[in-house]
Design a protein around this ligand. Structure first.
Ligand code: ATP
Ligand code: MG
Length: 149
C-alpha cells in the first residue's frame, strides 16, 4: 500500500495529542512523500515507540521529535525524546522480550514486549532498528527500512 507519510504521521500525532494534551510531538519529513509498506505494521512500530517516549519522560518534559528522511535506498525514521534515557549497559537488552530497565517508571500494565515486537516487525520488513541514549537527557531510536520506488 502506498502510504502518504504526511497524512500517516499527522493522524498519529492528532490522536496522541487528543489523548495526552501535555505531549509535544512533532514530525519532520524530508525527501519522501509516499512509502510503499503495510500501514498496520508501520503503525504498530510507531505506536510502540511513541508510547515509550511518552511513558519514559518526565511529566513536564514530554517531547518527541520524529524525523523521516530518504537516504539512498533507505527511509530513515528517527524518534528522539527528552526522556529519562537508558543506561549504556541496558541498550542491547531493551530489545529482548520482557526486559525492563529497573526504575520508578516501571508501571503496571507494561510487560516489556513493545521493543521486542518492534524488532521482529522491522526484521520482517527487511530493516534495522537501533538506539542511542544518554541517561537524564533522552533517547533516539533509528529505524531504517528499504525504500523502493
Ligand atoms: P510494553 O511496551 O510491553 O508495554 P515496556 O514499555 O516496558 O512495556 P518495551 O517497550 O519493550 O517495554 O521497552 C523495554 C524497556 O526499555 C522499558 O521498560 C524501558 O525501561 C526502556 N525504554 C524503552 N523506550 C524508552 C525510552 N524512549 N526512554 C527510556 N527508556 C525506554
Ligand atoms: Mg513499550
Amino acid at each position: 500500500e502506498n502510504i502518504n507519510l504526511e497524512v500517516f504521521c499527522q493522524n498519529l500525532i492528532d490522536s496522541y495529542q487528543l489523548k495526552y494534551p501535555n505531549f509535544d510531538i512533532s514530525c519532520n519529513i524530508e525527501g519522501a512523500e509516499y512509502f510503499k509498506s503495510d500501514p498496520v505494521l508501520l503503525g504498530s512500530i510507531f505506536q510502540n515507540l511513541i508510547d515509550n517516549a511518552y511513558k519514559y519522560s518526565r511529566p513536564d518534559n514530554k517531547i518527541l521529535k520524529i524525523s523521516i528522511a530518504k537516504s539512498r535506498k533507505q527511509l530513515v525514521f528517527k524518534f528522539s525524546d527528552h526522556g529519562i534515557g537508558i543506561p549504556a549497559k541496558d541498550l542491547t537488552n531493551i530489545f529482548k522480550k520482557f526486559f525492563r530497565v529497573q526504575n520508578e517508571y516501571n508501571q503496571q500494565g507494561s510487560v516489556g514486549l513493545g521493543l521486542a515486537f518492534c524488532k521482529e516487525l522491522v526484521k520482517f520488513m527487511n530493516g534495522t532498528i537501533s538506539v542511542e541514549s544518554v541517561v537524564g537527557k533522552g533517547s533516539e531510536f533509528t529505524i531504517e527500512l528499504p525504500y523502493d520506488l
